[in-house]
Design a protein around this ligand. Structure first.
Ligand SMILES: Cc1cc2nc3c(=O)[nH]c(=O)nc-3n(C[C@H](O)[C@H](O)[C@H](O)COP(=O)(O)OP(=O)(O)OC[C@H]3O[C@@H](n4cnc5c(N)ncnc54)[C@H](O)[C@@H]3O)c2cc1C
Length: 323
């Protein structure tokens, strides 16, 4: 047997072994060969060989424990709105999309006009904000139109300008060292677009404190934010949001635009004409094409403004052969 064939066979055996091992975990959905492009807003990426989707925290704890104990590489996936995946695909994804419970918590220490909501990490941020509009609760409206899961948004400290999801967050349920523990927001030292969670920790649920407000003024504020987004961002295009973090005291988009890179295209990957910090996928973009654009942008901005742009998006590697 050729080395390539043997390599492929070992890989199949390895994945079959994982599949068999996790089959005893109740309330865990296991799928094979799922197209990652359908799981991310960038619509880029090959297949995921094993797609693991716990339906309960118990199943999540068991499967994570198994993966960690056996040193199996995997990626945690929320709503996939900040990810650039490889064309060769990845072996294993742990998806949190089914951890989407929603409950209104009773809390006697609250003021009359306040409410505590508890949400599973996979709950859609868009659905949460729709609920807030219908019921007249404010605190999260600046995040409207961010296509995230609640857990992913908290993990990434998602926000706009000076506002972030952490403003309304009270605490999170984290799976850490095999234990599920509630941690208060104040425990963290968040940075720009980063809550400061360790790589092997998973947010399972989040609690938010929201204020009752007048529905009409809430709707007006939301409409203003949506219109601003529609005017300034390529909403509707395939993208992963802003590619780079804004450097201290400046905007990455402004610097990229000043370098004359708006509209720069490699294959099907293009720097948006509307917002230079967005790269959009015109249809069939490859990870390599986006990475090429990223390298060009970084070196031009460095040459012209002496500023290093750091990535906001998460780049997944294929990790083929790492087992
Ligand atoms: C059109 C568009 C507009 C956007 N606008 C904004 C914006 O205004 N502001 C902003 O901040 N971002 C914006 N983004 C980026 C993106 O939506 C945010 O980064 C969001 O927080 C990612 O959430 P997600 O659930 O999609 O996470 P994913 O993309 O699935 O994952 C992002 C990272 O978080 C990790 N992760 C996901 N869930 C969990 C969890 N429960 N526990 C631990 N780790 C987890 C993943 O492993 C990965 O490393 C935009 C994106 C798009 C496509």
């Amino acid at each position: 047997m050729s080395l390539k064939k043997r390599h492929k066979k070992v890989k199949i055996d390895y994945l079959s072994a994982i599949k068999k091992d996790v089959s005893h975990i109740e309330e865990l959905k296991v799928k094979e060969d799922i197209a990652i492009r359908n799981l991310t807003t960038f619509k880029i990426g090959g297949n995921c060989r094993l797609f693991l989707e716990p339906l309960t925290y118990r199943a999540l704890r068991q499967v994570k424990n198994y993966l960690d104990t056996n040193y199996i590489n995997y990626y945690v996936l929320g709503a996939g709105s900040n990810i650039l995946a490889p064309d060769k695909g990845v072996d294993c994804i742990l998806s949190l999309r089914s951890l989407n419970l929603f409950s209104v918590e009773r809390n006697t220490s609250l003021e009359n006009n306040e409410i505590i909501l508890r949400l599973g990490a996979g709950f859609s941020l868009k659905r949460l904000i729709s609920w807030c509009i219908r019921n007249g609760f404010s605190g999260l409206e600046s995040l409207v139109a961010i296509p995230a899961s609640v857990g992913g948004a908290v993990r990434m400290n998602a926000g706009i300008k000076e506002r972030s999801i952490l403003d309304a967050l009270t605490r999170i349920l984290v799976l850490k060292n095999r234990e599920l523990i509630w941690i208060d927001k104040d425990h963290f030292s968040p940075k720009y677009r980063d809550l400061g969670l360790r790589d092997n920790e998973i947010i399972c649920a989040c609690e938010f404190k929201l204020q009752k407000t007048d529905i009409k003024s809430l709707r007006d504020r939301l409409l203003k934010t949506i219109n601003h987004r529609l005017e300034t961002q390529p909403i509707g295009a395939k993208s992963a949001g802003c590619i780079f973090k804004n450097p201290e005291g400046d905007y990455a988009g402004r610097l990229i635009e000043l370098c004359g890179l708006k509209g720069k295209q490699i294959g099907d990957a293009k720097v948006s004409e509307k917002h230079a910090n967005f790269i959009i996928n015109l249809g069939n973009a490859k990870q390599g094409e986006v990475l090429e654009l990223i390298n060009i942008i970084r070196s031009r901005v460095k040459d012209e403004f002496f500023k290093e742009l750091s990535l906001e998006i998460k780049i997944w590697e294929s990790r083929v052969g790492e087992y």
